[in-house]
Design a protein. Structure first.
Length: 556
């Protein structure tokens, strides 16, 4: 199969569903609300269905990559006949064909792309009460304080474990069955009447974390996130985590914070930082025994995770500065007043320094709206590198959370000079069949040196890509242990625990790149490992870039 023909068969980022305008008003009520699921394993879709002033059902598809919204498309040509749903997404020229289950809580079907290829998706509708966001502080408070019986919580835990053991291909690869059973017994022993959803979430998180699979995880229900946004006061400091310690970088609030940047924060609200970190680590699922991802996640989202432990309008902070122990009280900030990620940044950036003979490419995620636009942009970049005879390429994959493998495969075609196969055969996921076959390098492939920057935020598809780069090229890898490598479990299903509505993501298939010589129990082999000092972080220096530029200069 020719490369360009192949790439046109794979996809635009698209999503999901709505109903027939001709449906009777009473029938429409079964379908309005929020529907949510995963597409391509990495994208979260939330379908907002509503009845307009004319009594017709309308809706939009919202697509998220992590916390960042990347799509909001209107649906048209909606038709529902005997629970069979079809609709069209004009922005993507994509048709959907599917059906609802008998209970009207699940919608399964296929997206039919312009090339005729079909790509499955399943989305779920939570309990109807969970579809209505709390509209007042009182309703938010009721939601937060709602209690569950011991029987309900034990049922939810048993439901979770049954689904996990039924579906996950390797639940005991890193943690033995005996150890896992002991974690479950410990949680069952601690579950009691009148626990809140949040308390239960904290109790069962270590069980899921013990699977040591980055695609196996729990998430609070959407309405609970809304409660955080409407009610909670977030920790107002930006910290950096190192080992069992935390250091102050900057304030996230408008008021003056009299803490010297670089000072060690020793306790928050009377709890030692080491104990806080131990607890927060249990909320973060990673591959195997990797720890760089946990630190990376906390360094980016510490304030959000801390909300699971503290509900405070005032935070009492003890810290050490210039050898002296001090204490300060600071007000919390509204949860929706900050976001530690870069919003609105392009997924792919390119900068050319002809004088230094270096090209820089930054890819934040393998998530693009249009495969053809992505290919055109990539061709243009690598054509420029070739025409300018640039001898060094710096590929920055730090904090790249992954995405669809087709975009990574396309990128790799510019980095190799021979045919390659992306994935080993996986009969469970036939829609990835082209990625199991030999693929050709691009005519605009790189001819010079390749330097790859990675860190604990290099996840999922990014791990697959770097394993191919390591196996097929002489690229130099710089940074810290990436969060993923040649092997991971995905093709995940999403489900909600029946009583609490806590959402679980459970993989069903193994994906392994077509490489050899790697070991799941060993970290990804780096050429240069970096450990950035607190002083450089406080100064705002990009030590990765400084290092690679100096390395290129030394070798020229």
């Amino acid at each position: 199969m020719k490369k360009q023909g192949f790439f046109r068969t794979i996809i635009f980022v698209v999503m999901l569903a709505v109903l027939n305008n001709a449906v009777m008003a009473q029938s429409k009520n079964f379908y309005v609300g929020d529907w949510e699921g995963k597409f391509m394993g990495d994208f979260t879709a939330i379908i907002k269905l509503y009845i307009d002033e004319q009594g017709d059902v309308n809706g939009n598809i919202l697509m998220y990559a992590g916390d960042n919204q990347i799509q909001n498309d209107h649906l048209s040509k909606i038709s529902l006949v005997d629970d069979q749903l079809t609709f069209f997404i004009p922005a993507k020229e994509t048709q959907f064909e599917g059906s609802f289950n008998e209970e009207k809580v699940k919608l399964s079907g296929d997206f039919v792309f312009p090339d005729g290829s079909k790509h499955p998706i399943t989305v779920f509708k939570p309990d109807s009460n969970q579809n209505v966001p709390p509209s007042t502080s009182e309703s938010c408070l009721e939601l937060k304080q709602k209690k569950y019986s011991q029987e309900e919580l034990k049922d939810d835990l048993n439901f979770l474990m049954n689904k996990l053991l039924e579906s996950h291909p390797q639940p005991y690869f890193f943690t033995s069955k005996i150890s896992m059973d002991n974690l479950v017994k410990h949680a069952l022993k601690n579950i009691h009447d009148d626990m809140t959803l949040q308390e239960f979430f904290i109790e069962i998180s270590p069980i899921v974390e013990a699977v040591k699979c980055s695609h196996t995880g729990l998430r609070l229900p959407m309405n609970h996130h809304i409660t955080f946004t409407e009610m909670e006061q977030s920790f107002p400091l930006k910290l950096v985590i190192r080992g069992t310690k935390a250091y102050f970088l900057s304030a996230l609030c408008k008021e003056r914070i009299d803490i010297l940047p670089g000072s060690e924060i020793t306790s928050i609200n009377g709890t030692q930082v080491a104990e806080i970190l131990k607890q927060l680590f249990m909320f973060i699922s990673v591959e195997g025994n990797n720890t760089s991802t946990k630190y990376n996640e906390l360094n980016r989202h510490f304030n959000k995770y801390l909300q699971l432990l503290f509900d405070s309008e005032i935070y009492v902070i003890e810290y050490s500065a210039l050898g002296e122990k001090q204490s300060i009280k600071v007000k919390g900030i509204e949860s929706n007043t900050f976001n530690s990620d870069v919003i609105g940044a392009l997924p792919l950036d390119f900068f050319l320094d002809s004088d230094s003979n270096v090209g820089f490419i930054k890819i934040r995620a393998f998530e693009f709206d249009d495969i053809n636009t992505y290919i055109q942009q990539s061709d243009s970049i690598f054509k420029t590198l070739k025409e300018e005879n640039i001898g060094n390429l710096v590929l920055d994959l730090r904090d790249n959370s992954g995405g669809h493998p087709i975009f990574a495969a396309q990128l790799f075609s510019y980095l190799t000079d021979h045919d390659f196969t992306y994935f080993k055969q996986n009969s469970n996921v036939p829609e990835f069949a082209p990625l199991y076959q030999p693929m050709q390098p691009s005519q605009f492939r790189v001819c010079g040196n390749i330097f790859v920057l990675v860190n604990g935020g290099s996840l999922s598809t990014t791990g697959h890509l770097i394993s191919l780069i390591k196996y097929h090229t002489d690229a130099i890898f710089i940074g810290e242990e990436p969060g993923s490598t040649f092997y991971c479990c995905d093709n995940s299903m999403q489900l909600a625990l029946p009583n609490t509505g806590i959402e679980a993501n459970i993989p069903r298939s193994i994906f392994e790149t077509a490489v050899s010589g790697f070991d799941r129990n060993q970290p990804f082999p780096l050429d240069y490992r970096l450990d950035i000092s607190i002083e450089k972080l406080v100064a705002g220096r990009d030590d990765y870039m400084d290092f690679v530029i100096n390395l290129i200069r030394e070798n020229n």
